[in-house]
Design a protein around this ligand. Structure first.
Ligand code: FAD
Length: 553
């Protein structure tokens, strides 16, 4: 049998992993990888840390090289070659050598599109001024580094406070620069729920980053000494020596559109669960494709490296006749912001509301390892689950150590269709310096399980605030000790420390619902159980006063 000829467009996460997997599956295929940039298989995710200096050697960003692809995998890599068009009727592509300008045609049996996503650059006045950069490729970073080395700017302005914007803000700061961070939305990390991001604002302030939320940039003007003035809609003017645009990405679907492949409703290339496009000989993977949201089932764009790599493998398997299927994307993500870590997996409350999916939520603030072992840090963990069966829908966490590990456990649990009752039973590794005998994952399961079993009625500060705004503030009982109350409390709350509750029950109304809170939810749970068994109608406000402060932004 003649060997099949497989061409791949784009040589980074999706394209490179597809190429390597293809070779492992088919020793005899002819495999060509076309990349218009100068490098293949580089670590885009490491770029911010190269700017900040944590990755000191540029070569470390090159996960693989054309030579390695040739020597180990017998894959022909053509860097600085841009694929210009696809002729599906005769199964060929037109490729331009970007150094010589020469154009050639290459025939394929299968074509894999992995062109990624392009940074969004809105047509704002002055957006092409020197000193304004987007982050996508090693070349982008090389240009940025030369600008920084030559001009040595004192202040960077980062536009967009998503994960790339936050990482860039941190890394400019680590270089010793002042940083202004501007975001159009009223929260940083827009994919997450707003209250889960609020600790970031304190962290940014602590680190000296000048954050402006709810601030839309409308243009850029040149200023003296090669500086740039960033102009906002409210006509504020921020001057810096370098500007980073981190406004999100949009799928690169130019080639796909031009050859008539179907594009999905979200703007990504439409593929089936084997990553096959509307043309059976063409596959597409990575940031350029529309995926199925694993939780909601809706079409989505989820531009992350893990999905791109896995999709590359699945496309290779499908091309080689294997019965591999992509399960959809959960959007599992983690970002470091100086000393904080934020992470998420599955659906957020925002997504669920938009999709009209019923949910219940809980907040816990457990220590990342045994509280008695030095250095224990609390993890704020939000769990979203179905109110009937307790099936997990999503989780978000913020804290210092141990956030990533808990979200990873929950990511797998969601993928396996686990319930909050499974979290109660999860048997996780424990020694004092690593975790707790009741891990934060178990604790989140216990709290959610208590609610679903009817042992404890729950409420959230979102509900409490909505009632307060309508002048119907529920009776609020604070069961923290006086020392804790002294450092901040809800106005007009009844304050009875847990230890005195049994002897002071006569101070509480029996004909009204009592909303109980403590610092993090646990003491209030004990209080709610006492109240319930004494005939009171009580709810525990999830996450306690710690969550109250997070809701306040
Ligand atoms: P890409 O990696 O973008 O590769 C596409 C390649 O195709 C590009 O090199 C492009 O030059 C080439 N190409 C496009 N069109 C053509 C053409 N016509 N001819 C030839 N070549 C072409 N994700 C995470 O999960 N975690 C992170 O921490 C993280 N950090 C990131 C930090 C930064 C600064 C950036 C930019 C991205 C980060 N990402 C992160 C996202 C992640 O890098 C992407 O999801 C992933 O690289 C997508 O892989 P891909 O193969 O679809 O596209």
């Amino acid at each position: 049998m003649a060997s099949r000829r497989i061409l791949i467009v784009g040589g980074v996460a999706g394209g490179a992993s597809c190429a390597a997997r293809l070779r492992r599956m088919d020793e005899f295929a002819e495999i060509f990888l076309f990349e218009r940039g100068g490098d293949v298989s580089f670590a885009n995710c490491g770029l911010p840390y190269y700017v900040g200096g944590a990755i000191a050697d540029r070569r470390l960003l090159l996960v693989s090289t054309p030579e390695r692809f040739r020597d180990i995998f017998r894959i022909e890599v053509r860097t600085r070659h841009a694929v210009r068009s696809i002729d599906r009727s005769i199964k060929t592509i037109e490729v331009q050598n970007m150094q010589t300008g020469a154009v050639s045609r290459e025939a394929y049996d299968f074509l894999v599109l992995a062109p990624g996503a392009a940074p969004i650059r809105p047509p704002l006045a002055g957006i092409d001024l020197p000193g304004i950069y987007s982050m996508r490729t090693l070349q982008d970073v090389d240009c940025l580094q030369s600008w920084l080395n030559y001009h040595n700017p004192a202040r960077a302005i980062v536009v967009g406070a998503g994960y790339i914007g936050l990482e860039m803000a941190e890394n400019f700061s680590r270089r010793g620069m002042e940083v202004t961070l501007i975001e159009r939305m009223d929260q940083a990390m827009p994919p997450m729920d707003p209250e889960m991001v609020s600790p970031v604002y304190q962290e940014l302030q602590k680190q000296g980053v000048d954050l402006h939320l709810d601030t839309e940039v409308i243009g850029f003007e040149p200023a003296a000494d090669d500086k740039i003035t960033v102009v906002t809609k409210r006509n504020e003017r921020h001057m810096g020596g370098v500007v980073i645009l981190a406004l999100g990405v949009k799928p690169d679907v130019e080639l796909a559109k031009q050859c008539g492949l179907e594009i999905g409703t979200t703007g990504g290339i439409r593929v089936d669960d084997q990553m096959r496009t509307s043309d059976a000989a063409i596959f597409a993977v990575g940031d350029a494709v529309e995926v199925r949201d694993f939780v909601t089932g809706a079409p989505a764009l989820i531009p992350l490296a893990g999905p791109a790599n896995r999709q590359g493998r699945i496309a290779a398997d499908a091309i080689c006749g294997r019965d591999a299927h992509y399960r959809g994307s959960q959007g599992t993500a983690v970002v470091g912001v100086f000393d904080l870590t934020l992470a998420m997996t599955g659906a957020t409350e925002k997504t669920l509301r938009r999709a009209g999916i019923a949910y219940q939520k809980t907040y816990t603030h457990s220590f990342h390892h045994a509280g008695y072992y030095p250095g224990a840090e609390r993890i704020a963990l939000k769990l979203l689950f179905t109110p009937d069966t307790g099936r997990l829908l999503g989780a978000q966490a913020v804290g210092k150590a141990g956030v990533d590990k808990r979200i990873d456990v929950l990511a797998m649990a969601i993928q396996k269709g686990a319930t909050v009752f499974d979290l109660e039973e999860a048997e996780l590794a424990y020694a004092p310096q690593y975790g707790s005998a009741k891990d934060p994952i178990n604790m989140a399961g216990f709290v959610a399980g208590n609610i679903l079993r009817g042992d404890m009625a729950a409420a959230s500060w979102t509900d409490w605030k909505a009632l307060a705004a309508a002048n119907q503030t529920p009776i609020t009982l604070d069961v923290r000790p006086p020392t804790a109350v002294a450092s901040g409390a809800i106005d007009d709350s009844i304050r009875i420390p847990l230890g005195e509750l049994r002897s002071r029950l006569n101070e509480l109304p029996r004909d009204k619902e009592i909303w109980v809170h403590c610092a993090v939810g646990q003491t209030a749970y004990y209080a709610a159980r006492i109240l319930k068994q004494n005939g009171f109608n009580a709810r525990n406000i999830s996450g306690g006063y710690t969550s109250y402060k997070m809701e306040g932004k």
